[in-house]
Design a protein around this ligand. Structure first.
Ligand SMILES: *[C@@H]1O[C@H](CO)[C@@H](O)[C@H](O)[C@H]1NC(C)=O
Ligand SMILES: *[C@@H]1O[C@H](CO)[C@@H](O)[C@H](O)[C@H]1NC(C)=O
Ligand SMILES: *[C@@H]1O[C@H](CO)[C@@H](O)[C@H](O)[C@H]1NC(C)=O
Ligand SMILES: *[C@@H]1O[C@H](CO)[C@@H](O)[C@H](O)[C@H]1NC(C)=O
Ligand SMILES: *[C@@H]1O[C@H](CO)[C@@H](O)[C@H](O)[C@H]1NC(C)=O
Ligand SMILES: *[C@@H]1O[C@H](CO)[C@@H](O)[C@H](O)[C@H]1NC(C)=O
Ligand SMILES: *[C@@H]1O[C@H](CO)[C@@H](O)[C@H](O)[C@H]1NC(C)=O
Ligand SMILES: *[C@@H]1O[C@H](CO)[C@@H](O)[C@H](O)[C@H]1NC(C)=O
Length: 473
């Protein structure tokens, strides 16, 4: 699909050499790209033209895309951006910076609770894609300090994070027990807890894993009792507002803040209310379609087991982003207005300047991730751990692959017969030695064989596996 390659082209233009950041105050007219971007390069940035800087929220998606499309080279750029965050991590509080050193946000000392959580999520992603134990042990103290910052914020009677630094991706409002922030914290804690228990064999590592998992469980329970609006089938932005944000709800769905498949299903359906002909108009930033938050929504619909809806959204928004004569045809814009214009954030910081909007922004590459990890369906989900759980969404075949430093992953599948009846699903997957994974079929199948034998709960990695499922619906 074109959307996959557009994500790849976008990331390619978002990886830059060392001293090519935007010089501030911005030269007018024009641009000067001579500022230092971080501690090393090549380095992964938010956008090709602007800001040309390290931004942790963006990296939560663009780091995954960089790995999927460029393998070890993408990981190098992702890693150098993460090292920049470590370098500027606050030694007293453990807080990561809001953005890289060549931004106004960095210079003013602005902080962001959501981008701190995105930093931890990016670190987790980088750790499981590289599988680099040396790096992880060298960085472990930095990582635990970062998690401690979140634990301290959750240490209250409600076990939710009161958002006091609401700087974010450009949205308005925020504050108090914000649903996006708490979904991000939850994902950071659950992920890093699984990493701590899988990777560390020390007592302190295991204790940490338990502490983090417990904080995550309390958060999830409170999240649902304080933020779920049952009549609306959506989460509130916080406990004092009637706003149902796209970001908090998409993140809650993608990161499993829901407590049942039924709840995930109604939440996925409720999100459609925001959609116009070209995509979801965000309640938390009026007159805006955000391909960043909508990319997370795409992943959310897959998490809810709604691949047809997810692909509808991809075609709707990314079809527009690729076909509109306002765009490049090959890279993905940072954001658009509800009518598709480039007057993104006109009244919210960009001063009615359509030329200020980035036309190549890696945070808009969610569909590349979704097509590889959710549709083709082979995904790294933990330390040396993967899952194969394809979701066809009406497609009849798919093929994908990516290369981690610890080995190659490849997948190819075809569907025969009717989708709703006696469907036959055949797949070949290649995974590295020393890994393990689980298999899930697209839908309910009567009979599943792996290499001709009944499927086991866990499958050892290494070599080629042939999966054949029959009687699927
Ligand atoms: C970067 O460019 C600006 C604008 O031309 C200039 O003022 C500045 O001195 C340059 N900085 C470096 C390090 O070359
Ligand atoms: C670290 O955080 C503390 C507490 O918020 C703050 O006072 C200090 O200025 C920060 N340090 C840096 C280098 O920003
Ligand atoms: C994290 O690592 C860097 C080295 O890159 C170090 O300078 C910094 O002080 C560390 N931060 C904390 C909170 O330990
Ligand atoms: C693993 O990380 C270490 C420490 O950062 C680094 O020196 C080494 O090159 C990395 N290994 C690979 C295979 O990238
Ligand atoms: C959240 O923090 C703000 C700023 O410190 C404070 O005024 C407010 O009372 C806090 N809210 C809750 C619910 O703790
Ligand atoms: C709750 O969220 C709304 C919408 O984002 C925001 O306007 C409001 O200030 C927040 N409430 C508090 C107490 O921060
Ligand atoms: C999501 O959370 C529920 C518990 O609320 C759990 O049973 C389920 O396994 C989780 N799903 C994933 C994919 O982790
Ligand atoms: C699209 O929306 C922008 C911003 O709201 C507005 O300035 C512009 O006139 C609209 N364009 C059309 C063709 O309606």
């Amino acid at each position: 699909m074109r959307a996959w390659y557009a994500g790849a082209s976008t990331i390619q233009t978002n990886i830059a050499p060392q001293d090519t950041g935007r010089f501030l105050p911005q030269v007018k007219p024009g641009w000067a790209y001579n500022a230092s971007l971080g501690v090393a390069a090549p380095i992964l940035l938010d956008g090709a033209k602007r800001d040309r800087a390290v931004w942790p929220g963006d990296m939560g998606l663009s780091g995954i895309t960089a790995f999927l499309v460029f393998g070890e080279y993408g990981l190098t750029a992702f890693g150098n951006a993460i090292e920049t965050l470590f370098y500027y991590q606050n030694t007293t509080t453990g807080r990561f910076p809001f953005a890289g050193p060549d931004t106004a946000s960095f210079r003013s000392g602005s902080t962001s609770d959501t981008y701190h959580a995105w930093s931890l999520i990016s670190i987790y992603e980088y750790a499981i894609y590289t599988g680099n134990e040396t790096w992880l042990s060298e960085r472990w103290e930095n990582i635990t300090r970062g998690v401690d910052f979140v634990l301290a914020a959750l240490d209250n009677t409600v076990s939710l994070h009161n958002q006091t630094a609401p700087n974010d991706w450009g949205r308005q409002g925020g504050g108090e027990y914000n649903s996006a922030l708490n979904a991000l914290d939850y994902h950071a804690l659950v992920s890093l807890s699984s990493l701590a228990s899988a990777w560390s064999d020390t007592i302190s590592g295991r204790t940490r894993a338990q502490t983090w998992a417990l904080a995550a469980a309390r958060l999830k329970s409170s999240y649902n009792s304080h933020l779920w609006d049952a009549p609306a089938n959506l989460y509130h932005d916080n406990t004092t507002t009637s706003l149902h944000p796209q970001d908090g709800n998409a993140l809650a769905l993608a990161f499993n803040l829901t407590t049942s498949t039924a709840q995930a299903s109604v939440l996925s359906t409720a999100l459609i209310q925001n959609w116009n002909a070209i995509g979801p108009v965000t309640p938390e930033l009026p007159d805006t379609i955000s391909p960043f938050i909508s990319g997370i929504e795409v992943l959310g619909h897959f998490a809810a087991g709604q691949p047809v809806r997810a692909l509808d959204l991809v075609r709707r928004t990314w079809g527009y982003l690729l076909d509109s004569p306002l765009m490049t045809g090959s890279t993905l814009a940072e954001g658009i207005t509800a009518n598709g214009s480039l007057y993104y954030r006109s009244t919210a910081g960009y001063n009615y300047d359509a030329s200020y909007t980035s036309l190549s922004h890696g945070w808009s590459s969610g569909p590349t991730i979704a097509l590889s990890f959710k549709v083709a369906g082979l995904e790294i989900i933990g330390w040396r751990e993967w899952v194969f759980k394809p979701q066809t969404g009406g497609l009849r075949s798919a093929k994908a692959g990516f290369r981690a430093p610890f080995g190659e992953f490849r997948v190819q599948w075809v569907v025969r017969g009717k989708e709703d009846g006696d469907m036959i699903f055949e797949a070949t997957i290649v995974t590295p030695e020393g890994t393990r994974g689980r298999l899930g079929m697209p839908g309910e199948c009567e009979n599943v064989l792996v290499d001709g034998k009944a499927v086991a709960a866990t499958v050892e990695g290494g070599g080629i596996r042939v999966v054949k499922a029959t009687g699927c619906r």
